[in-house]
Unconditional design. Sequence first.
Length: 193
Amino acid sequence: MRFLKFNSLVLLLSILMASCGSSGPTVKDDVKKLKSYDSYAYLPNKDTIINREFDNEEIQTTIIETINANMRDNGFVLDKRTPDVLVHFYPMFDEKIAVNANPVYTNYAYYRPGHYVGPYYQDYMYDNYFTVQRLNGPRVEQVPYRERTIVIDFIDRRSNEILWRGTTEESISTRRMNREIREYVDEIFKDVF
């Protein structure tokens, strides 16, 4: 009987100790993992800016150039064949959409290689972009639509898991659009690196 009480006590303590452990990966874990990677490429995005007030190509090009500068500054190199990280961004300038929670489906219809992709991606996109449609991750929160904002996802190419999602609370001003976009993207990167 004494042996049974001792075993029950050990079992109860084991359960209690197990419940006190880590509840899973943390944001720090994700950032640490992201910093351990060293190459990137883009998952192309369909042209989402259709409002004629905005120059779609100029905005997309500015976003890509600014992300590239930040990735270089943080030690990443472009590798279109086997990147560690895939970068996927959503310029939400006129479409009333929300960036969905887990899982996420890329908003570009990837059916076959050579399918139309904006010219701003040509030198930077992952060669096998068309094989990636469904993305997931442990803590991908839904981002509500906010006009003139950008959401940037960093995705592990091997697992298709979103490692980190970045955006800011501010909307991009239309007065000095390119400058505002650069500052906006730089602000997102301050949260990551």
